[in-house]
Design a protein around this ligand. Structure first.
Ligand code: B12
Ligand code: SF4
Length: 493
């Protein structure tokens, strides 16, 4: 049986290893051996310049903003008159299966983890002409106009099958990013805006055995990959000792020369991980053995908003955590959801004040609105009448803000379109992980853009908070800031 596994890649021209399909390939090969012949393709490398008619199963991982690539592939499939079983997975399928199935009723959608679903499906196709789809977990499909969703499940990660890393050479050539998992899910699992509980059907945080992770790191190191991003949402989870053990193992393997000391790692942690002294000490130790960047979802500097988000943190914890992290030699990527539906002018002012007080004006992208995603608590709670269009491309709903002034502030700020210029620099920054000089230079430019964005928002908020509003002065000030940002952004293509 000939199987195509295809990943729609990343529209930002970053080369992020397509780990999802590499894992599916590994599972299929482990379970079914040579009965299946797997061909992996990645849009970022292979484009769509290939013939589709020889495959019996076509599996496509669709990322956010990957819909147009999927549609082009589907057209190829239709024009070839192919009778292959067409299956999709990844973020767009997990969160948008009902919209996908409405438009493409003949495809099958994976929800969440694909290993069990895809392997069982292929096994079924190999053994019978009349497969009972209801018996395959983590799947949605259309039957006589109705959408059927099968039982949800998660893998046993103690039996983790490592990915088949087909794209190592290409990623190395392009100074792209290798991805690796150390766990799945989240030990908190309760943030109201987050889809993790849907992706891994409310399961507990599941660690992958440390020896398995180390074996993969040695392999990545042997292949000369130097930018290694852990894809975990919650790298430390609820196991302080395991975290310590994992970092100790990395340290020992670096000292023994088995893992290159040039590897730079990225991880995501919770604010409570940094607040905890024992975990923080291990993070610090990790910085001596390659940890270069850390994502931390503090999300807000305003008490009401943190409560609405149901975060496992408080405003003063966030400030404390930032101070601790600033003492480390590590780049900090802050998760911050500045605007949400219930926001008031006071909340905006609190957030601006928090950012200034903690000197975060130059940090990450702090001024973004909440992405209203299906299958999140916030989505279920929000009044239906404020919802605008759903975008399958962006995997979120557009919405209005409750407060009119907040709406005006947000519209004025977002109409400037400043984020696009920051993205140009950020994407360069991410790609240049191996060159310290380039990385440092682009980081400085990005900081300048972020500070200017903050200035623009502060000016807008001041304008809308006052009684006498001089639109002409506002426009002039914003035009000046925007011209500075454009200049900086255009240095990077
Ligand atoms: C790496 C990553 C990125 C990278 C690369 C994305 C890319 N296009 O390659 C970068 C940094 C660019 C990124 C950007 C964004 N991301 Co992102 N990202 C991730 C992250 C951390 C890891 C993905 C990963 O490698 N997972 C591990 C692998 C093993 O899992 P997987 O890829 O999901 O694959 C499994 C299944 O999906 C399925 N599967 C996958 N492919 C296929 C194919 C078939 C045929 C089948 C059957 C099954 C299947 O089986 C696989 C094995 O179980 C996830 C969080 C997470 N832990 O998943 C967020 C995540 C996917 N990102 C998310 C978001 C919101 C974004 C951004 C919008 C953020 C922003 N505001 O800018 C952007 C969107 C940009 C874009 N166009 O993708 C959300 C999506 C949530 C949602 N409901 O929309 C996630 C889930 C994080 C979160 N908790 O909210 N992201
Ligand atoms: S946002 Fe982060 S901490 Fe919150 S539930 Fe999602 S993964 Fe967990």
């Amino acid at each position: 049986m000939n199987i195509l596994l295809f990943d729609t890649g990343d529209v930002r021209n970053e080369y992020n290893e397509p780990l999802g399909i590499e894992l599916l390939a590994a599972c299929l090969e482990r379970t079914l051996g040579s009965v299946v012949k797997i061909d992996m393709k990645w849009y970022s490398k292979d484009g769509l310049d290939f013939s589709i008619d020889r495959y019996d199963v076509i599996g496509v991982g669709i990322h956010i903003e990957g819909i147009s690539v999927f549609e082009a592939l589907y057209k190829m499939y239709e024009s070839a008159g192919s009778s292959a079983c067409f299956v999709v997975g990844n973020t767009v399928s997990t969160f948008g299966y009902s919209q996908l199935l409405t438009q493409y009723p003949d495809i099958l959608c994976a929800i969440g983890e694909g290993e069990i679903m895809f392997t069982k499906l292929v096994e079924g196709l190999l053994t019978t002409n009349n497969i009972d789809l209801r018996r395959i977990p983590n799947m949605a499909y259309s039957e006589k106009g109705n959408i059927v969703v099968t039982n949800r499940t998660v893998c046993n990660l103690n039996e983790y099958v490592p990915p088949i890393r087909k794209f190592n050479t290409f990623i190395k050539e392009k100074t792209g990013i290798a991805r690796i998992e150390a766990s799945r899910g989240c030990s908190w699992n309760k943030c109201s805006f987050c889809g993790v509980a849907h992706k891994y059907p409310n399961s507990k945080w599941r660690p992958i055995p440390v020896n398995e992770i180390i074996a993969q790191l040695i392999d990545l190191s042997d292949n000369g990959l130097t930018s290694v991003y852990f894809s975990d949402e919650d790298f430390i989870g609820d196991d302080t000792e395991r975290f310590r053990f994992l970092v100790e193992q990395i340290k020992q393997n670096v000292i023994a020369g088995k893992i290159s000391e040039n590897i730079k790692y990225f991880i995501s942690v919770k604010p409570t991980d940094v607040a905890d002294d024992e975990r923080f000490n291990t993070i610090e130790m990790f910085t001596q053995y390659g940890l270069k960047e850390l994502f931390i979802g503090i999300e807000s500097g305003c008490t009401n908003q943190i409560q609405r988000y149901n975060k496992c943190t408080k405003v003063d914890t966030n400030s404390r955590v930032i101070k601790k992290l600033q003492s480390l030699n590590v780049a900090i990527d802050l998760g911050f959801i500045f605007f949400d539906y219930d926001m008031t002018l006071q909340d905006i002012q609190d957030n601006l004040c928090f950012i200034s007080k903690n000197e975060l004006q130059g940090h990450s992208s702090l001024l973004k609105p909440l992405r209203l995603q299906p299958f999140t608590k916030i989505f279920y709670d929000i009044p239906a009448e404020i919802l605008k269009d759903f975008s399958l491309e962006q995997m979120m709903y557009a919405y209005k803000f409750k407060d009119k002034t907040v709406e005006e502030i947000f519209n004025c700020f977002s109409s400037l379109g400043l984020e696009r210029y920051a993205h140009k620099v950020q994407s360069f920054f991410r790609k240049s992980l191996s060159s310290i000089d380039e990385r440092e230079e682009s980081r400085k430019q990005l900081v300048k853009i972020r500070v200017l964005q903050f200035e623009a928002l502060s000016i807008i908020v001041e304008h809308y908070s006052g009684d006498s509003r001089d639109n002409h002065i506002l426009e002039e000030q914003l035009a000046y800031i925007k011209s500075k940002i454009i200049k900086l952004g255009n240095l990077y293509g």
